[in-house]
Design a protein around this ligand. Structure first.
Ligand SMILES: NC(=O)c1ccc[n+]([C@@H]2O[C@H](COP(=O)([O-])OP(=O)(O)OC[C@H]3O[C@@H](n4cnc5c(N)ncnc54)[C@H](OP(=O)(O)O)[C@@H]3O)[C@@H](O)[C@H]2O)c1
Length: 279
């Protein structure tokens, strides 16, 4: 495993397992399998509606809690709910969370970030951060809050390497963690001839080439998968290194366009859709 040292000194594993859209026995088994097959970081969210099962999967894995990096996100409908972080700890059935993010830059995110800061100071959260924030809203957090976010989770992959926020994050020592690291399985990207050729050279799949690119860019990443084989293969990426010229070749694939389009309607939906445990 490779690690990113966060701006508060904590080591965050670069590779994590993403748990969106998986529920029940499936996510219990996949979390358990991932933790026993090369992963140390699990990423969930209030909004995924699976925190209880993620917690069960962690216990079932038999892996020592101290060696697991557990990450979750506060849902926007809970941004003014002072009980929400304690409720999250209870759902996950853990004493502390390694990293908690604000899921989206909607509703009262300044108040919510201050809730994260309070829980951080109380030791309930080991690091805090944000997700999907544009530069001007990150600046608002920096201007109004005490603690610089440790991590920003954002859509990022070779076809859209998060260039609108990357330099800003580097300047403020905020680690970039990629969601949709495989473009949500986009087949054009997974079959791009550049990755096919590199796969042949390194005896790796195109997916493994893409995941390795992320780590060499210095990004964290949370690929998701419903397949044991894929989960295992996706962790087998640390035994080869893409050359400088190969990284440059991949940089040229940038299409400057995300797969997930943020619109006024989508932001409104994100601001109002409740988590499955809310009334
Ligand atoms: N902060 C946010 O707003 C936000 C938004 C979206 C997602 N996320 C996070 O990002 C994580 C990843 O997102 P995602 O799962 O939608 O996208 P992704 O990781 O980019 O792609 C997942 C897709 O890739 C396929 N895949 C994975 N490994 C493969 C392999 N070795 N070979 C071939 N296909 C493979 C999966 O299919 P199989 O199931 O068949 O393997 C699935 O269709 C989520 O779980 C969540 O934790 C965060």
């Amino acid at each position: 495993m490779e690690y990113i040292i966060l701006n508060n000194g904590i080591a965050m594993p670069k590779l994590g397992f993403g748990t969106i859209s998986q529920f029940g026995e499936q996510i219990i088994d996949n979390v358990c399998y991932a933790l026993n097959n090369g992963y140390q970081l699990i990423d969930t969210a209030n909004r995924y509606g699976n925190e209880e099962e993620v917690g069960i999967g962690i216990k079932k894995s038999g892996v020592n809690r101290e060696t697991i990096f557990l990450e979750t996100k506060l849902g926007p409908t809970l941004y003014e709910n002072d009980q929400a972080i304690d409720d999250t700890l209870n759902r996950l059935n853990v004493e502390y969370i390694d990293l908690m993010l604000l899921h989206h830059p909607v509703n009262n995110y300044i108040y919510a970030y201050k809730m994260l800061e309070k829980a951080y100071k109380e030791g309930k959260l080991k690091a805090i951060g944000i997700s999907n924030f544009p530069v001007e809203k990150i600046q608002e957090i920096l201007d109004n809050c005490e603690i610089v976010p440790a991590v920003m989770q954002v859509e990022c992959h070779p076809y859209y390497p998060a260039e609108t926020v990357r330099d800003f994050l580097i300047r403020h020592q905020i680690a970039l963690q990629a969601w949709y690291p495989l473009g949500h399985g986009n087949s054009d990207m997974l079959n791009d001839p550049v990755f096919v050729n590199l796969g042949k050279k390194y005896h790796k799949s195109t997916v493994q080439i893409i995941l390795r690119w992320h780590t060499q860019m210095g990004f964290g990443l949370v690929p998701g998968s419903t397949s044991f084989q894929h989960i295992k293969d996706n962790a087998d990426i640390f035994d080869f290194t893409l050359t400088h010229d190969e990284m440059e070749e991949i940089a040229e694939l940038n299409k400057h366009k995300p797969f997930y389009n943020v619109t006024k309607e989508s932001l409104e939906r994100l601001a109002t859709t409740k988590c499955n445990f809310e009334e």
